[in-house]
Design a protein. Structure first.
Lengths: 328, 327
């Protein structure tokens, strides 16, 4: 059913002839932004845009693992919030604390992902309910931890990943650390999804769980791993977002839906079996570009929600229509 | 609670059929035990019982609608923002003027019908996954609403507050209303053709279509009922809060809670099995849990954490037995 399951040569040939429309969309949107605001063409303009998009791009790359495996992870936004709040509570303004806080947070992400995966795989709770429950729980934990109002701020060593720019670089003049993170984690996620056995099993499980099981895929382990990856990327996204935007109690809320939207724009198939990491990251770029455009047009924040809702429905409807026309 | 008898040949104990009753009895037992242990027997009065039930009217009305959506193997995540929208429209249109009560209610009901219709059409005709379709709808409603309002807007005339505050003896009108609504829903599901169609479509859509049922129409109808109930819940909330604000639905987490309540009531998420009285039992269980927390003096944030865990545990309680694959 999916192109990935075809032999490699056939797959590359097909890909050459059929470019995922999301890439064209990104190019078109960015051209539109440059036309409306020429300053965007300067390094500070587009680098800031990339810096803004990094957290979402990494997050949606991770969320794609769960989507391809045939589930949803709605707990990622609250995991980001918990990461930011927890880090600021633990750091207590000590710059040396970053070195153990980030691993600790990743450990927490691992546990949350494991719980999500175990609940979905073994207790057979639909992932939507399981992760929504986790979302409520984690938000509650974040509130409990901070007592309702966050205290303290994140030390500069922690904020390094989200905020710091490397300056004095030829040609592009400045390079935010966040963009390096985007490239590094993007490549890792791409490699895991499209170049490993695990990625192939992930697609198989999402496409047809029964068939995958009969073919010898350890279905439970694969699904649990997908949730773990998703939670881990949520922690990374939280570190970068916290670094860029600072501490607030609902910093991560809404990101879970944006991640799903980005994956859907990138052509991922909900309920599994199909999806590409680069296209999803392009989907995140497109979504952020749309938000930037809305800002340039002077439209207020709530319009974002409306547009996001329309895109979400539109993209899924479009994908269904295409699939039906292709007779699959 | 967990020692279910093994299925004996002949007379089999149908666990699924009685699970909501068992859970309800368990919740009641825990509640009474807690009160007796804490020596706070003043909570064991009829007044208090009515008060416990009265706190979950909004959830109850929403869940009655959600039952329909889930029975046709769909789901509605747009109820929370629709509740906010309905409450705001109610209070803004009324704006303290008793003469505007009827137009406001009609406007909100129309809003509910339209939202349900759009949800149903997008799900059946465009074949968009119901989760995504209603999630998108939720974003759209919330966006439009917060574009125009960012605080409590309008106010509800005193005459209309009777809906939430008036009572017959000690029983509030709203509680009577909820049970009447549940009765109507039960009647529709049990005795009408639409009701049996809902079960057929939820049980097996293809078989239902081959049997000559207009499956799309049934699904759209179920979504319209669901949105209509959410709209009514919004009207009630406006009457109780005396005004509407764009966040009251999301704050109550009515989308997730209504789904959880329906599932705890024994309606299967995959559709086709379940009923209204289970949902009502689920609502009562939830308000009992709330009361248990209150009596035990649990901190608000801890309460939230426990709530998330209980919802997942309750769904797991049913889901672990089903052999169907899950999404």
């Amino acid at each position: 059913m999916s192109a990935q399951s075809l032999p490699h040569i056939a797959a590359t040939q097909r890909r050459l002839f059929k470019i995922n429309p999301v890439y064209l969309l990104v190019v078109a949107l960015i051209l539109a932004i440059v036309v409306m605001n020429p300053a965007f063409g300067e390094p500070t303009g587009y680098m800031n845009y990339l810096k803004r998009v990094t957290a979402l791009a990494i997050l949606s790359g991770g969320a794609l693992y769960v989507i391809v495996s045939g589930g949803f992870d709605l707990s990622v936004g609250s995991m980001m919030t918990l990461t930011v709040i927890g880090s600021s509570m633990l750091a207590s303004n000590d710059p040396n604390s970053t070195y153990w806080i980030i691993p600790l947070m990743l450990g927490m992400g691992l546990i949350v992902g494991l719980i999500n995966g175990l609940v979905v795989s073994y207790l057979k709770v639909p992932s939507l309910i399981a992760t929504l429950g986790m979302m409520i729980t984690l938000n509650g934990v974040a509130f409990m931890w901070s007592g309702g109002a966050p205290r303290g701020y994140l030390p500069d060593t922690f904020r390094f990943f989200g905020r710091y720019n490397i300056t004095d670089i030829p040609v592009i003049s400045l390079l935010p650390v966040a963009v390096i993170c985007l490239v590094v984690f993007g490549v890792i996620l791409w490699w895991g999804m499209h170049r490993t056995n695990f990625g192939r099993m992930l697609h198989a499980v999402g496409d047809n769980q029964q068939a995958a099981r009969l073919a010898g895929v350890p279905v439970e382990r694969v699904r649990i791993s997908a949730f773990v990856i998703s939670s881990l990327t949520a922690v990374l996204a939280g570190v970068i977002l916290g670094g860029r935007a600072g501490v607030s109690v609902n910093i991560g809320s809404g990101f879970e839906l944006q991640a799903i939207t980005a994956a859907v724009i990138g052509g991922a198939q909900l309920l599994g079996g199909r999806g590409s990491v680069p296209a999803t990251i392009a989907g995140a770029l497109a979504l952020e570009a749309i938000f930037t455009l809305l800002n340039l047009l002077g439209l207020a924040q709530p319009v974002r929600l409306v547009v996001q809702g329309l895109i979400l429905i539109g993209a899924v409807a479009f994908a269904t229509y295409q699939r039906k026309r292709a007779g699959r | 609670m967990t020692d279910t008898p093994l299925p004996a040949p002949g007379r089999r104990f149908r666990f699924e059929r009685h699970a909501s009753t068992i859970l309800l009895l368990a919740a009641v037992t825990i509640y009474i035990a807690l009160i007796v242990i804490m020596g706070q027997t003043r909570f064991l009065t009829l007044d208090n019982l009515v008060a416990i039930l009265g706190r979950s009217i909004t959830l109850g009305i929403t869940a009655i609608g959600q039952t329909f959506a889930i029975l046709v193997a769909s789901i509605d995540l747009s109820v929370a923002s629709l509740i906010s929208a309905a409450a705001v429209v109610t209070s803004v249109v009324m704006n303290g003027d008793p003469a505007m009560m009827l137009p406001a209610v009609l406007a909100v009901l129309a809003l509910g019908v339209v939202v349900g219709l759009v949800n149903g059409l997008v799900i059946t005709k465009l074949e968009v996954n119901p989760l995504i379709a209603t999630l998108g709808m939720s974003l759209i409603i919330q966006g439009v609403l917060s574009y125009y309002y960012n605080n409590f807007a309008g106010n509800v005339p005193v005459e209309f507050q009777i809906f939430a505050y008036g009572s017959v003896g000690i029983v509030p009108f709203s509680l009577v209303f909820m049970f009447v609504l549940a009765g109507c829903a039960w009647f529709v599901l049990r005795f009408t053709r639409f009701g049996s169609d809902v079960y057929s479509v939820g049980g097996n859509r293809d078989a239902a279509r081959l049997a000559g049922i207009k499956t799309d129409r049934v699904a759209i109808g179920a979504h319209m009922i669901c949105s209509l109930c959410a709209a009514i819940a919004g009207i009630y909330l406006a009457s109780r809060l005396r005004s509407g604000a764009p966040w009251i639905g999301a704050e109550g987490v009515y989308d997730l809670e209504s789904i959880a309540v329906v599932v705890i009531g024994g309606t299967v998420l995959a559709g086709g099995r379940g009923g209204i009285w289970g949902t009502i039992a689920g609502v009562i269980i939830f308000s009992l849990i709330d009361s248990i927390f209150n009596v035990a003096g649990v901190d608000a944030f801890v309460k939230q954490v426990l709530r998330g865990i209980i919802i997942v545990a309750a769904v797991a309680f049913y889901a672990a037995r089903s052999k169907r694959p899950v999404a």
